[in-house]
Write a protein that binds this ligand. Structure first.
Ligand SMILES: CC(C)(COP(=O)(O)OP(=O)(O)OC[C@H]1O[C@@H](n2cnc3c(N)ncnc32)[C@H](O)[C@@H]1OP(=O)(O)O)[C@@H](O)C(=O)NCCC(=O)NCCS
Length: 122
């Protein structure tokens, strides 16, 4: 479910089982907030925080009581934001991921990333 598209940047919440076996094993049935991104010129103005709050409200209204997200191990600034908003490490180590971003012009970029997984009880 792609639920938000502000400033031509977006995030999505995935309700279906994750691609990564570790996430399916340890967080079955927990929605995942994916690919949160705010246009660089608009960052640090509270937009990311509002997008996360909207995601939390959306999944809570759908009767989910936890929300998880992955953050690159090389992205301490984003992790700091999530921890400030109440997300905590899931305690099962990092996960190697691979994902495709479908660009507006039709290009598909494939990324590989090692992530920490954070979870919040809503
Ligand atoms: C992380 C991100 C979505 C936060 O959105 P935002 O609108 O800037 O966030 P807010 O204004 O609500 O909160 C600001 C906090 O976000 C974090 N942040 C801001 N810019 C950031 C950046 N370029 N990269 C990572 N984190 C950033 C910081 O913790 C910041 O707090 P600070 O200003 O006290 O340092 C946004 O900065 C971004 O798109 N970053 C680049 C892509 C990215 O790292 N996405 C996260 C994938 S898990």
């Amino acid at each position: 479910m792609t639920w938000c598209r502000w400033w031509r940047r977006w995030g999505s919440v995935r309700l279906s089982p994750a691609d990564e076996p570790e996430l399916r094993e340890h967080l079955p049935g927990v929605p995942l907030l994916n690919h949160l991104e705010v246009l660089p010129a608009r960052q640090s103005r509270g937009i990311g925080t509002r997008i996360i709050a909207a995601a939390e409200r959306t999944v809570y209204d759908l009767a989910y009581h936890r929300l998880a997200l992955g953050v690159g191990v090389d992205n301490p600034r984003a992790r700091k934001l999530y921890e400030r908003l109440g997300y905590v490490d899931w305690g099962h180590g990092t996960v190697d991921t691979r994902y495709d971003i479908h660009r507006d012009d039709g290009r598909v970029d494939t990324f590989r990333e090692t992530i920490a997984v954070l979870v919040k009880n809503l």
